[in-house]
Design a protein around this ligand. Structure first.
Ligand SMILES: Nc1nc2c(ncn2[C@@H]2O[C@H](COP(=O)(O)OP(=O)(O)OP(=O)(O)O)[C@@H](O)[C@H]2O)c(=O)[nH]1
Ligand SMILES: [Zn+2]
Length: 215
């Protein structure tokens, strides 16, 4: 966070911008409304909704948006996190690497596909491993920019662990860059967040050497 706080920006915004009234609709109301509007988009594109292959698409897309692709917009879907006492006295870094990332770019609503590497140095508690993957998935299942996703994962872990010794690296392909627009299929986007002990060069390098190793 420190690098960001020193940028001179007046306000750091790490939360996804969500309207206050977003929670007035139930999931099924959202699905019904999106179905209606997506059918209109398809009709404007000239698609024949009476075709048996296209007929169910508006409902299918609406369900997918609400229950899958953008499920992380609903705070009810935030994962429960299991913490365990660090009885083992393990005080070295723990790295959960190559976490599968499927997100969507908030500018074009097309996929961001990549890997997330997360590390922390346990203090009094350790976190259930799968909960790190679940946390990544929760924030990924929103319209995103990679910078915000990186900060959100880091901030959430720091809050859960009650300390700052957390690192997050994301390497991803943005299909808005690869499949349209500039159509560059080679470039990757890498974002990093190093906090607490990970700001120390030796600790950072140890973490980087682990995530660079092919497993
Ligand atoms: N910083 C940032 N930019 C992103 C991310 N995902 C997509 N973008 C960029 O968002 C920008 C949107 O720019 P615009 O000029 O409004 O959109 P556009 O006309 O579709 O731009 P092109 O993609 O260049 O065709 C593009 O440069 C995208 O590459 C992200 O995670 N972070
Ligand atoms: Zn995009």
């Amino acid at each position: 966070m420190q690098e960001l706080l020193n940028t001179g920006l007046d306000k750091i915004v790490t939360d996804t911008p969500i309207l206050n009234n977003a929670f007035e609709l139930s999931d099924s109301e959202k699905i019904n409304q999106i179905e209606h509007h997506f059918a209109e988009i398809m009709q404007i594109l000239g698609l024949d909704l009476s075709d048996d292959s296209l007929n169910g698409t508006p409902k299918r897309v609406a369900k997918m948006f609400v229950k899958e692709t953008f499920s992380g917009l609903n705070p009810d879907n935030k994962p429960e996190i299991s913490l365990f006492e660090n009885k083992y006295g393990y005080k070295k870094m723990l790295i959960e690497k190559d976490i599968t990332l499927y997100s969507n770019c908030e500018h074009h609503f097309v996929p961001i596909i990549g890997k997330v590497h997360v590390a922390y140095i346990p203090d009094k508690q350790v976190i259930g491993l799968s909960k790190i993957n679940r946390l990544v998935q929760y924030y990924a299942k929103r319209p995103q920019v990679q910078e915000r996703l990186t900060v959100q994962i880091s901030e959430a872990l720091k809050e859960i662990l009650q300390h700052d010794d957390v690192a997050v690296v994301i390497e991803a392909d943005h299909l808005c860059v690869a499949s349209r627009g500039i159509t560059d299929t080679n470039s990757k986007t890498v974002t990093v967040s190093y906090s607490g002990q990970f700001e120390n060069e030796a600790v950072k390098q140890e973490f980087l050497s682990h995530i660079q190793k092919k497993s």
